[in-house]
Design a protein around this ligand. Sequence first.
Ligand code: PGA
Length: 268
Amino acid sequence: MWYTTSTMINKKKLLIANWKMNVTSQKEAEGLFLSIRNVITRLNHTHMICCPPHIYLNQVAEHVNSNNYTVGAQDAYAEESGSRTGETSVLMIKNAEVGHVILGHSERRHLETKLDVARKVSAVLEHGMKPIICIGEEQRDKNWKKEIQQQLKDVFDRVSKKEPENIIIAYEPIWAISGDKKSPATSVQYNESIAVIKEELKKIFRTQKAVEEMKFVYGGSLDDKNIEDFLKNTDTDGFLVGRVSHDPRILMSMFRLIETHVENEEEL
Ligand code: PGA
């Protein structure tokens, strides 16, 4: 396995590429990964977490040859093994050399209960991987704050509070996710939402330090046209992309924008 420590990742902006169900053959998965790999190996400030469908995890993991990226999964069943037709267990995911697992994605929440999501987060942490926990309101209406506060309680009331440094929160407002006609949240909305999320996490974990150790990323209709708003106007730790995650041209352009932004910041 190509060895990537948390310290290596910590200093970089994350770009989590959620391929969803949009890559449909081994050949396509390999071609896509190799075309992105050529660029990502040359980056200095970006770490990509590539999340293919489970069936292509091993194949993508075999091609990892740099500290600039790791393999993530789009889900993991909370138990290690057993009579669960069609599921992929947390142990199988771990054994596929996966470092991160996306959990609680809005596209899966109708398939699973709140308790399932919490169990999965616990199982992923117990198996030494990092959950990327998706949190976001359905609509930006008068209830949005309560909705995301409740989602956080539903997960963390049932999860050990011992390793905040291994937790990534993806703020993904459901109204902004996936679609040509949808638009992303603005940096102002992201900052407002992250403030609410951090405040709630501080209450749940009973310490500000825990919140400081977590990472926070944005997801929802991001592309190379709108990422700069987030780079310039937020202190986000990174991005979760779906629609553009299998478009090497747009990804390259996003990588370039991230790299240039960080370099400019360093010069100041
Ligand atoms: P999107 O998806 O970039 O297509 O909006 C993000 C996500 O669902 O993770």
